[in-house]
Write a protein that binds this ligand. Sequence first.
Ligand SMILES: [Ca+2]
Ligand SMILES: [Ca+2]
Length: 322
Amino acid sequence: MELKYGEWMRYNIRLIMCLMRFIKLSMVVFLIGCSLRTFAQSIPIVNAGFEANVIGAGTFQVLTPAGWSRWDPGLIINNSANAVGLIRPDLPQPYFPAGAPEGSQAALVFLAGPQAVEAGLQQTLAATLQANTRYRCAVQVGNIASGTSLPGSADGGNVFYNLEGFPGYRIDVLAGTNVAASDNNSIGATIPEGEFREARFFFDTGPAPAQLGQALGIRLVNLKHPGTTNAPNIEVDFDAVSLTAGSIPAAAQMGIARPGEQTEISISGTTGATYRVEYADSLLAASWSTLTNVPMPVSPQIVLDAEPAGNPTNRFYRAVVE
Ligand SMILES: [Ca+2]
Ligand SMILES: [Ca+2]
């Protein structure tokens, strides 16, 4: 299952709770409860930040990072044209001018050979798939920029690489040998050359998932989408891999009152979750504004909204699980 953010919104908007008309303001207020994400516990991942094998400052090395193994269905990794390894962009260099997003190092999957076959890294975790659980996965994905290698790198240094373009990535969460959920390059086109961006997605399990009790796993893939001579689409980099598990939060239950010049909104939800209260002047608004984030140590919680500027005739509220 793959859900992009916009799809989460459509999927999770579940109920319109309340409609009240305030004669004084000629203001119609709607409340909507919806859920997007949940609080959660972190699942241990060995060497999740690729810092365990310390390599020379500013260099890259060809190796299989500790705790990880190769994902190589086409048997193309030869430690030359196609390789996995580490990069340490902690000196001035063109590859990632801002360095690694976590620690000093990131993983690399370099596929410069002619084979149109994916490859990458994977790890089987100690944790197993549970029922009635929301799993959330987040990974920093890097689009390396062209540059010349520093001395001490696997190639000896002073070698120029044309790394323009981006070959695409996929992140799989595994349950046994099955893929439970994936992010198939959803942000690939948005990562600038020389930068990282966080890819994240979630999935829920039902009361009796087919892979119940089987080991979870993470797979980080370079899709090897073909490029051009000028932009050959060679390398994807990964860092800060995380997977969390938590209860599936309930949609917010909302109520409303108008005791004075402020609108009083009550929110009931899952204890431990945080709900983001948003508003808009139209239910069809392209974007909603954040009123406040509401932690839920106990339920319900009350938030206030002052009389809106500009005297709008309608205001809609919704609560989203943060
Ligand atoms: Ca790192
Ligand atoms: Ca690139």
